[in-house]
Design a protein around this ligand. Structure first.
Ligand SMILES: [Zn+2]
Length: 166
């Protein structure tokens, strides 16, 4: 597996070259009203199609090993490379501190099998947490929305009658 991972890292690096050219929105979406104002990027943001990540990258999901076959260290190396390649495509992803590398890789690999909208400028941020701690891909102990929920609940203690909310 070590050899495969080394080769995989090289293959992933090459994917940076697959970054699509900036689309010509004047040709693709000539009737978009934003073009009249020179806001080409708005036309692109609104009209860019959803495509499978694997298709956009030119790299099939099956080339990424399932997490069960990897060591923590191998998963970390592949995850770092995936995030590095994604940046080239303006894709960004944040993870909670201390999240186990195998969990992180599993989440990244799953995203590779899903659809994505590529836009040539700006930042596309991937959200993995749906604010449902019990279903969180990070695992309940790493889910940051859990803290928000507890905080909110603390904040919403019922008021005593006649008490002012400040
Ligand atoms: Zn969460």
């Amino acid at each position: 597996m070590e050899k495969y991972v080394a080769q995989l890292l090289e293959e992933l690096e090459k994917l940076k070259a697959n970054k699509p050219d900036k689309p010509n929105v004047h040709v693709l979406y000539p009737d978009h009203p934003a073009l009249d104002y020179g806001l080409d990027y708005i036309a692109e943001w609104e009209c860019a199609p959803m495509v499978p990540m694997s298709e956009l990258m030119g790299f099939a999901l099956e080339n990424l090993p399932v997490v069960e076959k990897l060591t923590e260290k191998q998963a970390a190396a592949i995850s770092d490379k995936i995030l590095d390649v994604w940046q080239e495509f303006n894709f960004y992803a944040d993870f909670p501190d201390g999240l186990p590398e195998l969990t992180k890789y599993k989440i990244l690999r799953k995203r590779w099998g899903e659809d994505v909208q590529h836009v040539s400028e700006g930042m596309t941020h991937f959200e993995f947490c749906d604010y449902e701690p019990e279903n969180c891909p990070f695992g309940i102990q790493y889910c940051s929305c859990q803290d928000i929920e507890l905080f909110d609940m603390d904040d919403m203690k019922p008021l005593e009658e006649g008490e002012l909310p400040f």
